[in-house]
Design a protein around this ligand. Structure first.
Ligand SMILES: Nc1ncnc2c1ncn2[C@@H]1O[C@H](COP(=O)(O)OP(=O)(O)OP(=O)(O)O)[C@@H](O)[C@H]1O
Length: 254
């Protein structure tokens, strides 16, 4: 698969909170179709980098480029419309809505008008709601959620919630799928199943950027970067990173 280095790029990103520098001059690039990991100990700045990449936080310096365009000033919604879609460390689902409607909401950005209104009864949006629910069915099936489609999301297990969150993200037709600690809270079997699912998506051409410190889960990445105190200290294949003396020292403690 050919990798276009300009597909997604973090360029010289820095971020401070108060006087505390959390990210310092971070640059990395992801080619179209790649699966790239971001590792690092707790507090090294991984989630902050994700928040900056997706528009939840502005950087203090630097830029985010997507498909050649500087998207740094765009809102979360505008980035999502362009295809930069993320999941969260703690899955964000609408507890009171059914599993099906949680996935249906993921189709919202592709709709002309008020899916949210439609879910709450405005007649003019009902057609779109019906369409979104129908479009959700293949994703529900793919993520093993078909039998739970009419269940309130609040009743799901941690693994099911994670699958639901990823299914909803996919409903947004991402070009770049960003996952923050996706194996957290999953059993080993669930993590393996989710990793296999992401490999399938990658084989279909999806570009994936994943934060994780779960080395078994990270088998899915082609390359990874290691953050330490807000700087990238190593980049390469997982094997290269695992063999890096500095990474071994700070990350594995040996
Ligand atoms: N809004 C904020 N205000 C102040 N400090 C913050 C804020 N967000 C993050 N930080 C600090 O920035 C540092 C990096 O946090 P971040 O969550 O990005 O790290 P992380 O690598 O994702 O860690 P973890 O694996 O624990 O999630 C931490 O010291 C954190 O306390």
């Amino acid at each position: 698969m050919s990798h276009d280095a300009a597909f997604f790029a973090v360029e010289g990103v820095a971020r401070s909170f108060g006087g505390f520098q959390v990210l310092a001059d971070v640059s990395l690039a992801i080619g179209q179709g790649e699966v790239v990991g971001l590792l690092g100990p707790n507090g090294s700045g991984k989630t902050t980098l994700f928040n900056i990449a997706t528009g939840f936080l502005p950087p203090s310096a630097g830029a985010i480029r997507f498909r050649g365009r500087d998207i740094s000033v765009l809102s979360v919604q505008d980035r999502s419309r362009l295809g930069v879609v993320r999941t969260f460390q703690t899955p964000k689902v609408f507890e009171g809505l059914t599993v099906r409607d949680n996935v249906a909401l993921g189709f919202y950005r592709q709709m002309r008008a008020g899916l949210v209104e439609g879910l709450f009864g405005a007649p003019r949006a009902r057609r779109e709601v019906a369409d979104a629910r129908e479009a959700s069915e293949p994703l529900l099936a793919r993520f093993g959620l078909k039998d739970l489609a009419d269940t309130a999301a609040a009743r799901l297990t941690a693994g099911q919630r994670r699958n639901l969150e990823v299914a909803r993200a996919l409903a947004g037709a991402p070009r770049l799928l960003m996952l923050d600690e996706p194996s957290t809270g999953l059993t080993r079997d669930e993590a393996v199943a989710l990793g296999d699912m992401l490999l399938d998506l990658s084989a279909e051409g999806m570009t994936i950027f994943v934060v994780s410190h779960d080395m078994e889960f990270l088998r899915i990445v082609g390359r990874a970067h290691v953050l330490y105190f807000g700087r990238i200290i190593a980049s390469g294949t997982l094997a290269e990173i695992q063999a890096d003396p500095q990474v071994r020292q700070i990350y594995f403690g040996s």
